[in-house]
Design a protein around this ligand. Structure first.
Ligand code: ACM
Length: 409
């Protein structure tokens, strides 16, 4: 009988930093189902691109879905190539139904009130001084965030109304991460909102916003999920906390009565290096090997009485440095296989897992999945010799011929 250790067996994919073609989302669902993972957290907007069609706000996709080029390393030249793409509501509705038939719930995320520069490029009136702003080309955490006026709140509700019409997930992710208050601190209008809403200061604005959206979603029968910043200024009862700054915010949130998903950056951020080999493709700096994923105990330090509220675990694939499905697969596999093992059975000794993992990789090969070999980075699979490493910056992705060679693309 199936008896998973954790109910929430999740994988996340950022389709905003780099747009991923719709067929790959179907394939990603298939790969999750193959690994008996049951949550697909679809990260639909970022500073660098808006990917969800909103009929009431067409500029979100006519303007916000495209950036002029991509700068992979701040200060280095861009690639000179416009990048963009978005999904229609009908496309996502069909994807949602497809995933549901395979036992996978798509948990959509619209990340607010930070990470919204693409939105502000399209509709500067929802920010402050955002007129003329463009969709940013490079990575970073930006000061420009939503100005939380009544007009902005109405827009946010409109966007989520359309999101709820597409996705029937009981959980709706509102982001909430990395929202600097610098702009609000300088703003007379933000000071007025603080006074009108009876808040102690601008730090109260985001909790006020989260509470508002949480209640709005609850009235529509949905549960709010947010990154762990949503409890930085106190509890947010009834919201699920996704703990990404390691396990500690999750442990604190559990102690305060929250439901929690452990999405700890180390080792569950699969955009991080897979080893310290200089041959690994350009990635985020903290190595997180498949062995780290295997031996990491997501419940370490969690009191027994809090375990029922620990919904489960999730791997994250942020795509700042992944430009193609083949690169996503290379970073996601085999770590996703190992995450599935932990989600079902708990942490495992890498040496015990290795023979089973090696056998499983033959299944991935048969399915044409571009995975990192256990022996180490493979120059062709990881994206070709042309893909340079730090500190030189990011070189070209797979050539068209190499992509065509990978089964299913
Ligand atoms: C995050 O990595 N900003 C959730």
């Amino acid at each position: 009988m199936d008896d998973p250790k954790f109910g929430w067996q999740g994988m996340h994919l950022d389709v905003a930093r780099h747009f991923m073609p719709l067929p790959f989302l179907y394939r990603f669902v298939d790969l999750l189902a193959m690994h008996k993972l049951n949550r697909f957290h679809l990260h639909l907007n970022e500073d660098q691109g808006w990917r969800f069609e909103v009929r009431k706000y067409p500029r979100l996709t006519t303007v916000g879905a495209t950036r002029a080029e991509t700068v992979f390393v701040p200060g280095s030249p861009g690639d000179g190539t416009p990048h963009g793409g978005f999904y229609t509501q009908d496309q996502l509705r069909a994807l949602n139904a497809y995933a549901k038939r395979r036992g996978v719930t798509i948990v959509p995320e619209i990340d607010v009130p930070g990470h919204t520069r693409a939105l502000l490029a399209a509709y500067p009136e929802f920010g402050e001084g955002a007129e003329g702003a463009e969709v940013p080309t490079g990575p970073g955490v930006f000061e420009e965030v939503l100005h939380l006026s009544d007009e902005t709140m109405a827009m946010v509700e409109d966007v989520f109304t359309e999101l709820l019409d597409v996705f029937d997930s009981p959980w709706i992710h509102i982001g909430g991460d990395e929202c600097p208050t610098a702009q609000w601190e300088r703003s007379d209008d933000a000071a007025r909102l603080v006074r009108e809403r009876g808040l102690a200061g601008v730090e109260g604005l985001q909790p006020w916003f989260t509470e508002h959206l949480r209640d709005w979603l609850a009235q529509r029968g949905r549960t709010t999920v947010g990154w762990d910043e949503i409890v930085d200024h106190g509890d947010m009862p009834e919201a699920v906390v996704m703990s990404w700054h390691g396990r500690e915010p999750g442990r604190r949130a559990l102690a305060a009565g929250h439901q929690v998903v452990m999405a700890s950056n180390v080792p569950y951020y699969f955009d991080y290096y897979q080893s310290d080999s200089p041959d690994e493709p350009f990635a985020q700096p903290a190595p997180s090997s498949w062995q780290d994923v295997a031996s990491f105990d997501p419940v370490a330090g969690v009191a027994d009485e809090h375990l029922p509220n620990l919904l489960g675990i999730q791997g994250q694939v942020w795509t700042e440095f992944m430009t193609t499905p083949a690169e996503v697969e290379y970073m996601a596999f085999p770590r996703t296989c190992v995450l599935a093992e932990v989600a079902w059975s708990g942490p495992v000794e890498p040496s015990e897992l290795e023979p089973r993992l090696r056998a499983h990789l033959r299944r991935l090969e048969a399915a044409g999945v571009n995975h990192r070999p256990l022996e180490g980075p493979h120059p062709w699979q990881r994206g070709g010799e042309g893909r340079r490493r730090r500190p030189d910056g990011h070189g070209p992705a797979l050539t068209a011929a190499q992509i065509a060679d990978l089964a299913n693309y």
